[in-house]
Design a protein around this ligand. Structure first.
Ligand code: NAP
Length: 316
């Protein structure tokens, strides 16, 4: 029987910490599980060099390694994985269908754990110079900037954490933030401010990225002083926030104004049998530790839903 012919107890969209934890819990509870992932296991965390605030790892753990361990644990309990892009889904009937580049998969329940992706700055030059000096992943591209000068855009946890990581390679890292106050937690602010290779440029916006074959300079504008200037730079890393990966939902379930999925405490969405977990959900704290907790709750509740469904099927 092919995967497309099977009726799974739980389909999971997304192989990040939320999706893979749900897979571990569900498969361990003897549910049949298929995880649909479009890239590397681990999701966004696979782009982090070291995960330092996940309990139980006092020396930190690499993001890629963490994703691989979660996947191995899910597979050990019998969860299946497929590499595919989700295009749309049909959730109005009892059986949920997920339409992907590898065909349609069917499940009694569906978990949306598709996470988020990096927001773009949307300034002239950004799109044209993507991969030619404009990057969204310090772990992936930092190595190419040995002894170079880099600009990091953003004032949140990611900008500071990744900016500090980039100082391993770069001679200088400028962190450009649009306000005079950083958004990042105090501990990160203190560490970044103490780093001699980091210089903050506050109250400043990136207006344009210039270069022919590669990034050569950026046009900056200081809002308070109303001053615009061009600064030579070798690379620019964007950390200006996240966008939920929810386009494939169309109007099938309720989302908030930003596209984050609305759930209750049981991770149930507006459609019975459809759950959401992790960063894709509207929530106040987007961390690996909250994502894995969401995944566990969703799997347990989905298990109860599947039992109820099977009882009804048996009576028919
Ligand atoms: P974030 O917290 O949303 O910060 C985005 C930053 O980009 C903000 O400083 C924001 O400025 C700025 N920004 C947004 N749009 C902009 C624009 N158009 N032009 C210029 N600047 C713009 O995003 P994040 O840093 O990626 O973090 C996302 C989540 O992951 C957060 O919940 C964070 O706590 C978590 N995270 C945690 C860790 C950790 O615990 N170690 C590490 C990384 C991320 P304003 O401040 O003016 O809005």
């Amino acid at each position: 029987m092919t995967r497309q012919d099977k009726l799974y107890d739980m389909l999971i969209i997304g192989g990040g910490p939320a999706g893979l934890t749900a897979a571990i819990y569900a498969a361990r509870a003897t549910m049949s599980v298929l995880v649909i992932e479009s890239a590397l296991s681990g999701g966004q965390i696979a782009t982090t060099e070291s995960l330092e605030n996940y309990p139980g790892f006092p020396d930190g753990i690499g993001g890629i390694e963490f994703g691989q361990l979660l996947e191995a644990q899910a597979r050990n309990f019998g969860a299946e994985m497929v590499l595919a892009n989700v295009e749309s889904m049909s959730v109005d009937g009892g059986i949920k269908e997920v339409h992907t580049t590898e065909g349609t998969f069917r499940g009694r329940t569906l978990l949306i754990a598709s996470g988020t992706r990096s927001r773009t700055l949307d300034v002239p030059g950004e799109e044209e110079l993507k991969g030619k000096g404009v990057s969204y992943c310090a772990t992936c591209d930092g190595f190419f900037y040995q002894d170079r000068e880099i600009l990091v855009v953003g004032g949140g946890d990611s900008a500071l954490e990744e900016g500090m990581y980039l100082t391993k390679f770069a001679a200088k890292v400028y962190i450009v933030h649009r306000r005079d106050q950083l958004r990042a937690v105090n501990l990160l602010q203190e560490k970044a401010k103490a780093n001699p290779k980091i210089e903050f440029i506050l109250e400043t916006e990136v207006k344009e990225i210039k270069g022919t074959d590669r990034v050569e300079s950026v046009v900056l504008h200081h809002k308070g002083q109303n001053k615009t200037w061009e600064m030579p730079i070798d690379g620019i890393f964007m950390y200006v926030g996240l966008i939920p990966n929810t386009e494939f939902l169309a109007d099938s379930i309720e989302v908030d104004a930003y596209g984050y999925v609305l759930t209750n405490e049981e991770m149930e969405t507006s459609v019975p049998g459809v759950f959401a977990a992790g960063d894709v959900r509207q929530k106040s704290l987007r961390q690996v530790v909250t994502a894995v907790a969401d995944g566990a709750i969703a799997a347990v509740r989905a298990g109860q839903y599947v039992d109820e469904m099977k009882e009804k099927e048996a009576k028919q």
